[in-house]
Ligand binder design. Structure first.
Ligand SMILES: Cc1cc2nc3c(=O)[nH]c(=O)nc-3n(C[C@H](O)[C@H](O)[C@H](O)COP(=O)(O)OP(=O)(O)OC[C@H]3O[C@@H](n4cnc5c(N)ncnc54)[C@H](O)[C@@H]3O)c2cc1C
Ligand code: SF4
Length: 486
C-alpha cells in the first residue's frame, strides 16, 4: 500500500475539462491537456490496496488496479505501464471511454468518493506513449497457422494483437475504409481523438498483423473462401443493425439513424469532406434515445451549430444515488451528465414519439410526443400530454438489434444465433462451426469497449488452444456474464 493515509488526507479530483464556450468551437478532446499529471500520483495514493480488490471484479478485463495505482503513486511509470498492459491491450481507449464499472466497485466508494481509477489508467498509458515505452512486441517464432479476424473494432483488434503475439499469422478484414470499428466512426473526436487508434495500428502492423480494408465478408469475399484460406476465423463484426422507430412520418427527409449521422462528422475530421453531408447547423435537432450514442449526437450537433438540441428518453429519469436494487459493488444506472450534456440542450424523460410532421417537400419539421408512465409493469401513454416540438434533424439512437445479416455472412458460415439475435458461443468463444470463434458485440450484443477488448483477448485464447492444443494467453472471462452490460 503506497500511502496508508492517502484516502484520509486526499479528496477525489478528476481531469479538468476545457470551458464549454471554447470546446464547442473545436473537435479536440474536452479535457485540458496535461491537467491530470500534476495530481494523478496523489490520486493513485488514495487506493487502500484493500486486500480483496472488488475493482478487479468490477473491471471486465480484471485490470490489476491496486498494483498500478501503487506504481503510479511512486511515479514508476514504466512498471505501471507493464502492469496495465498485462490485462489490457488498449488502455488509451478504455482510459478515455470506459464508464468505469471498476469505480462503482471500489471499496473506498462504500462511504467516500471512489478512487479515480480511469484517470490513473489514462495517465499511465499517455505517459507510456510519450516516453516511448509502448513498442512493438513481435512474436519470437511463427506457428505456421493463419487466422482471419472479421471486423476491426476493439474486439477484433484485441483478438488480432493477442494472436499475432502468440505467433499466428493474422489478417484483419474490415468493410469500412478505415480500421477501428465504432472507435473510428461511432465515437466522436471530442471523446477520443483518432491519433490514439492510428498509433496502435502502427504498433500492430510492426508486430506483423495485416489489415485489409473495404472487404466485406459475405459480400466481397464469401465465408467458405475465408475458411479455406485460414486455419481459424474470429467473427468480431459488431452489433451494427440500428433499432428503428416505425411511426408515421419516419420516411421524411432529415430523420437518420445515429450511425448514419455520426460517421459523417468523423469523416470531416479525417479530411474526407469539407462539410458533413448531414449537418445540424441552424436546425432544431431532436435526438431520440437517452444513452451514450444519443449523447454523442448531442455533442456533435452542438459543434455543428444547432439552433436547439433536445434529447428524448422513453424511460424515467434515473436517480442520482444508488437505490436498494443497485447496492455496492454493482454498476448502478444513475443520472449521468456527460460532457455533451454540460454543453447545453434539453433532456426530456418519460416520453414517446407518436409521429413526425413534414413540409410539402418531404422534409421533417416537427416531432409529436406524448408522456408515458409504467402501470402494472407496462408502459402507457398519459392522455392529454401530447405536444409538438420543432425538429429539422432527428437522429435515432435507440440501440442496436444484432449482427448485420444483410451481407449473407452469418448464413454462409452457418452460424447459430442465440435468442437475442447474437452469435451463439461456448465458454471458449467457439461458435457451432468448427474453427469459427466470436468476440465482442457480435456475440454479446451491444455493450462496451472494455467488454469488447476482454472478449477479444478471451477468444484469442480459445483460438490459440484450437490451433495448438494449449495456450499461454490469459484465461478467458465468462462469455455469458452480462451483468455489466450498459
Ligand atoms: C455512437 C456510439 C458511442 C459509443 N460510446 C461508447 C463509449 O463511450 N464507451 C464504451 O465503452 N462503449 C461505447 N460504445 C459501444 C462500443 O463502441 C462497442 O461496444 C464496441 O465498439 C464493440 O466493439 P466490437 O469490436 O465488438 O464491434 P465494432 O466496434 O462495432 O466493430 C465491428 C467492425 O466490424 C466491421 N464489420 C461488420 N461486418 C463485417 C463484415 N461482414 N466484413 C468485414 N467487416 C465487417 C464493421 O464495419 C466494424 O468496423 C458506443 C457505441 C456507439 C454506437
Ligand atoms: S477498463 Fe474500465 S473498468 Fe477496467 S480499470 Fe479501466 S476504467 Fe475501470
Amino acid at each position: 500500500m503506497a500511502d496508508p493515509k492517502g484516502f484520509l488526507t486526499t479528496g477525489r479530483e478528476v481531469a479538468e475539462t476545457r470551458p464549454v464556450e471554447e470546446r464547442v468551437k473545436d473537435w479536440n478532446e474536452v479535457y485540458v491537456p496535461g491537467s491530470l499529471l500534476p495530481i494523478i500520483s496523489k490520486q493513485a495514493g488514495r487506493c487502500m490496496d484493500c486486500g480483496i480488490p472488488f475493482c478487479h471484479n468490477g473491471c471486465p478485463l480484471g485490470n490489476l488496479i491496486p498494483e498500478w495505482n501503487d506504481y503510479a503513486y511512486r511515479e514508476d511509470w514504466g512498471a505501471a505501464s507493464e502492469r496495465l498492459h498485462a490485462t489490457n491491450n488498449f488502455p488509451e481507449f478504455t482510459g478515455r471511454l470506459c464508464p468505469a464499472p471498476c469505480e462503482a466497485a471500489c471499496v473506498l466508494g462504500i462511504n467516500q468518493p471512489a478512487v479515480t481509477i480511469k484517470n490513473v489508467e489514462v495517465s499511465i498509458i499517455d505517459k507510456a506513449w510519450d516516453s516511448g515505452d509502448v513498442t512493438p512486441q513481435p512474436p519470437e517464432r511463427l506457428s505456421g497457422k493463419t487466422v482471419a479476424v472479421i471486423g476491426s473494432g476493439p474486439a477484433g483488434l484485441a483478438a488480432a494483437q493477442q494472436l499475432t503475439r502468440a505467433g499466428h499469422t493474422v489478417v484483419v478484414y474490415e468493410r469500412a475504409d478505415r480500421i477501428g470499428g465504432l472507435l473510428r466512426y461511432g465515437i466522436p473526436e471530442f471523446k477520443m481523438e483518432k491519433v490514439h487508434i492510428n498509433r496502435r495500428i502502427e504498433q500492430m502492423r510492426a508486430e506483423g498483423t495485416k489489415f485489409r480494408t473495404e472487404v466485406e465478408i459475405g459480400k466481397d469475399m464469401p465465408a467458405d473462401a475465408l475458411r479455406r484460406r485460414y486455419d481459424a476465423v474470429v467473427v468480431a463484426a459488431g452489433s451494427t443493425v440500428s433499432r428503428d422507430l416505425p411511426v408515421p412520418g419516419r420516411e421524411l427527409n432529415g430523420i437518420h439513424f445515429a450511425m448514419e449521422y455520426l460517421p459523417l462528422a468523423n469523416k470531416v475530421q479525417e479530411g474526407d469532406f469539407v462539410a458533413p453531408p448531414i449537418t445540424a447547423e441552424g436546425k432544431h435537432v431532436v435526438v431520440i434515445g437517452g444513452g451514450d450514442t444519443g449523447a454523442d449526437c448531442v455533442g456533435t450537433a452542438h459543434r455543428q451549430g444547432a439552433a436547439s438540441v433536445t434529447q428524448l428518453e422513453i424511460m424515467p429519469r434515473p436517480g442520482e444515488e444508488r437505490n436498494a436494487n443497485q447496492p455496492w459493488p454493482t454498476f448502478p444506472m444513475l443520472y449521468k451528465v456527460t460532457s455533451a450534456h454540460e454543453e447545453g440542450g434539453e433532456r426530456v424523460y418519460s416520453v414517446s414519439t407518436t409521429h413526425f410532421e413534414g413540409d410539402e417537400d418531404g422534409n421533417v419539421q416537427a416531432l409529436h410526443l406524448v408522456e408515458v408512465e409504467f402501470k402494472d409493469g407496462k408502459l402507457e401513454q398519459k392522455p392529454g400530454t401530447e405536444r409538438r416540438i420543432p425538429a429539422q434533424l432527428v437522429t435515432l439512437a435507440m440501440g442496436f438489434t444484432g449482427i448485420d445479416r444483410s451481407n449473407g455472412m452469418v448464413e454462409q458460415f452457418g452460424l447459430d444465433l442465440d435468442d437475442r439475435g447474437n452469435v451463439a458461443r461456448d465458454a471458449d468463444f467457439a461458435t457451432n462451426v468448427d474453427g469459427v470463434f466470436v468476440a465482442g458485440d457480435a456475440g454479446r450484443g451491444q455493450s462496451l469497449i472494455v467488454w469488447a477488448i476482454a472478449e477479444g483477448r478471451s477468444a484469442a485464447r480459445g483460438v490459440d488452444r484450437y490451433l495448438t492444443g494449449a495456450s499461454a494467453l490469459p484465461a478467458p472471462i465468462r462469455p455469458t456474464d452480462r451483468a455489466l452490460t450498459v
